[in-house]
Write a protein that binds this ligand. Structure first.
Ligand code: SF4
Length: 348
């Protein structure tokens, strides 16, 4: 039986691309790549995601973590960034190149993706689609079932593995054809198309860009641990140079617990419910001779901010004890909340 490997985003277009090829009696293995900027939460329970996609769409999917190569690429994407810090063309080249290397692992003959010609200004123009095929090494092994009839026949079409006449000629931003096709496949509960990953979000992109700029000063790229932390909650940069990340709700509080490194301080109110916070000194500051003094300064500021973002009743008392722990040490800091104007510039 012929097998195709699909680049799967979880959105409607890649779902439809899989189903169109499956409809031709071809086995499709879908791979969803994960980085700190997209899909990362799914790694908490990959089996639940597999079960969900199978139940909703009848598609066999797997997750692959591409964090490390992605972080290297993001430092200097050959085709540049989009409006924010999104390297869409290089992102696709990286993902498709990786999928190409996976063909042998799954005994697959070709790749498919849900791209639609002209749907996105930067990455889905005809010339860009060609650049992605070329630079990823996929060339004519990459079939885009939704727009195939606007594009030259690929190798699986020429070799008769796929019937080109049953492929489609979608083009542009109009979503009606996709919605009609979804109805034909009996697919009802699909996600509306998102605007992209967190690298397209102006605020988060600025935060990540800043992290890259700072790391480049010492000839490095940011670590995955730092990026995950800085995307995990409310972020402030304290006067001593440390990051303070505060949970805004229970899921964020739980996640921060899991993201804290042994060298971080983990803070909570001792006697009241409130945010969990992680205080981390960036590696770029570790060698400073006044590191200890700055840590004390930031710990005191962090404690007041934990109280500032606690519930109203706790804040109203104007005093609380914050417990701070790091490997081998624990402290209790009696604190009062900071006035908002004091830390207005600390938001990151
Ligand atoms: S929006 Fe994000 S995930 Fe999508 S192509 Fe661009 S960089 Fe990649």
């Amino acid at each position: 039986m012929t097998t195709a490997l699909a680049l799967y985003s979880g959105g409607l277009d890649s779902t439809l691309a899989c189903r169109l090829i499956m409809e031709q009696g071809i086995r499709v293995v879908a791979v969803k790549f994960v980085t700190p900027f997209f899909g990362t939460a799914l790694l908490a329970d990959p089996q639940a995601y597999r079960d969900e996609v199978r139940r909703r769409y009848g598609i066999e999917v797997m997750l692959r973590d591409l964090t490390e190569p992605y972080l290297r690429m993001l430092a200097a994407p050959a085709h540049g960034y989009g409006k924010n810090f999104n390297p869409c063309v290089d992102c696709k080249i990286l993902l498709m190149g990786e999928a190409l290397r996976m063909l042998a692992e799954f005994d697959a003959s070709f790749l498919i993706s849900g791209e639609v010609l002209g749907q996105r200004p930067m990455s889905q123009r005809r010339d860009t689609l060609r650049v992605i095929e070329r630079d990823s090494g996929c060339d004519d092994l990459l079939l885009r079932p939704l727009s195939a009839r606007h594009l030259p026949p690929t190798r699986p079409e020429r070799e008769g593995l796929v019937d080109r006449d049953r492929l489609l000629a979608f083009r542009g931003r109009n979503r009606t054809p996709q919605i009609e096709l979804a109805a034909r496949f009996g697919i009802e509960d699909y996600e509306s198309p998102g605007g992209g990953c967190v690298l397209t979000d102006p605020n988060l992109a600025k935060r990540i860009r800043g992290l890259y700029e700072e790391a480049s000063l010492v000839g490095k790229i940011p670590t995955a641990a730092d990026i995950r932390l800085l995307l995990a909650g409310r972020v402030l940069r304290l006067p001593g140079g440390a990051w303070l990340v505060l949970g805004r709700n229970e899921p964020e509080n739980d996640r921060l617990q899991t993201l804290a490194l042994p060298t971080d301080w983990l803070l909570n109110l001792r006697d009241d419910p409130g945010p969990t916070a992680v205080l981390r000194r960036p590696a770029t500051l570790a060698a400073r001779i006044d590191a200890r003094e700055r840590e004390e300064q930031d710990l005191a500021a962090a404690a007041t901010l934990v109280l500032r973002y606690a519930g109203k009743s706790c804040r109203a008392r104007n005093r609380a004890v914050v417990r701070a722990e790091t490997t081998g040490r624990a402290r209790e800091l009696a604190t009062t909340p900071l006035a908002d104007q004091v830390f207005a510039d600390w938001h990151h």
